[in-house]
Write a protein that binds this ligand. Structure first.
Ligand code: PLZ
Length: 446
């Protein structure tokens, strides 16, 4: 397979005629509940480019929601997964095991924070990893309550829907949800009533007060938080918040779980985002970037906690599929070889620099209320000029204008007013800047 030229090319309307035809077939055959940000059908993808069936080449600022950090057809992923496909596709690790699964768990033990003894269990999706982290924490603590946070996102299965903060589109009409899930405040600096500088201390005090008074710390099995809250709007909890919560968990025998499904594996310029404040979680959930686009997820953590579930208590037919494990080993090899943490940091520098310039110089730049994120997980929060009122219309219009010009961007946020950028970490700097040019021009269309 030839490498995809790393250049933006718009040769038809977006979506083009072939995509429109495929979309008509899709609407007849695929359930309406499954949406797509942009109904442009993919022919191939790699590096920083998605090529569609009409020959358009889009700059990829989405990575399939933070998945293809190494690109969508990374050499090492393709090589290892192809070799594994030719050997065997599946045995079920619970029936007859294979080395790739063990090797991924060894890598996870090495790469995740902390030098304590660690073990892992592998699954297929992020939601499944979160579900299993809760099972493991409950087995270990013999307690039931689970604490999650405002603006948090953890998945679409029944338990993880209940753990997810935002109603539309994730939860509406799909209840009842699992019991014993409690939501507490998070230090959302930009929107904290007394200012970002107070958010860490005040929000952690409020959260801890609610846990102790409303739930009882002795009933809490796990506290689960995304070190950078993804779907909720790329919210970096204000400094001091995560350490205070982690310390509280430690003092009360509560399992502290970092959901690094979106923020992990070099995305923020560290192997894991929680490293920035020196946090060592008891358990970490990973997925997305771990396997270069193949479905794989994991729970990794302290050996004595991971071993709390009885033999046979964890698993699933496909968990840790051998092809997905081979893909993960290829993705991790690529991250190490190309220093993708370094690349993510450079992406942050370029993006934040350009976005700050836009905020300062564009006639409507003041609708950029906040520029935030780390590494290649960067976002702008859009507001009505001169206020902090959310401006989801501007986020939607900017995304649409970018799509029309061949730049794939995504929105997020509890208020739908955040435009987020998640380029593959292997994207070239020219493409990165060209994507930013298009974003800048999009402001002119508002
Ligand atoms: N935890 C932190 O970001 C997935 C969801 C997209 P799955 N985020 C993208 C959508 O609209 O479905 C995610 C996450 C965090 C858990 C999950 C869930 O991972 O692999 O989608 O199950």
């Amino acid at each position: 397979m030839t490498a995809i030229p790393q250049e933006r090319r718009v040769v038809t309307a977006i979506p083009g005629p072939k995509s429109v035809e495929l979309q008509a077939r899709r609407l007849a055959a695929v359930a309406a509940g499954v949406g797509s940000t942009l109904p442009v059908f993919t022919a191939r993808a790699g590096g920083g480019i998605i090529e569609d069936v009409d020959g358009n080449r889009l700059i990829d600022f989405g990575s399939g929601i933070a998945v293809t950090s190494v690109g969508a057809s990374a050499e090492a992923v393709v090589r290892r997964a192809t070799a594994q496909l030719a050997n065997f596709t599946h045995t079920c690790f619970m029936v007859t095991p294979y080395e790739g699964y063990v090797e991924v768990c060894e890598q996870l033990a090495e790469l995740t924070p902390g030098d304590h003894a660690k073990k892992s269990a592998l699954f297929n999706s992020g939601a499944e990893a979160v579900e299993n982290a809760v099972k493991i924490a409950r087995a270990h603590t013999k307690r039931t309550a689970v604490v999650v946070f405002d603006h948090g996102y953890h998945g679409r299965t029944n338990l993880t829907m209940g753990m997810t903060a935002k109603n539309m589109p994730y939860k509406q009409g799909f209840g009842p949800f699992a019991p014993e899930v409690y939501r507490v405040p998070v230090a959302y600096g930009y929107r904290w009533p007394t200012g970002a500088e107070n958010a860490g201390a005040e929000a952690s005090a409020q959260a801890i007060d609610e846990i102790t008074k409303q739930i009882g710390a002795e009933n809490v099995a796990a506290i689960i938080i995304e070190p950078v809250l993804g779907e909720g709007g790329f919210i970096e909890p204000a400094k001091g918040f995560l350490p205070a919560i982690a310390q509280f968990a430690k003092e009360n025998g509560i399992v502290f779980v970092a959901d690094e499904i979106q923020s992990g594996f070099c995305r923020t310029g560290q192997w894991f985002a929680c490293e920035d404040e020196g946090i060592v979680p008891d358990l970490i959930t990973t997925a997305k970037g771990i396997a270069g686009g193949l479905p794989l997820s994991a729970v990794t953590g302290r050996a004595e906690i991971m071993d709390a579930a009885h033999a046979g208590g964890l698993g699933g037919t496909y968990g840790g599929n051998p092809v997905a494990c081979a893909g993960a080993l290829g993705a991790i090899e690529t991250m190490r070889e190309l220093d993708l943490n370094g690349k993510a940091k450079r992406i942050e520098e370029v993006m934040k620099g350009r976005l700050a310039e836009m905020q300062a110089k564009l006639p409507n730049g003041s609708i950029i209320g906040d520029i935030r994120g780390r590494g290649a997980m960067i976002a702008i929060e859009l507001v009505k000029a001169g206020t902090k009122d959310p401006n989801p219309e501007a986020a939607g219009a900017l995304a649409k204008a970018c799509h029309a010009e061949g730049v794939m961007v995504l929105t997020c946020g509890t208020y739908g007013n955040v435009l987020r950028f998640l380029p593959p970490l292997v994207i070239g700097e020219d493409l990165l800047n060209e994507g930013l040019d298009v974003i800048e021009q999009a402001f002119g269309t508002l």
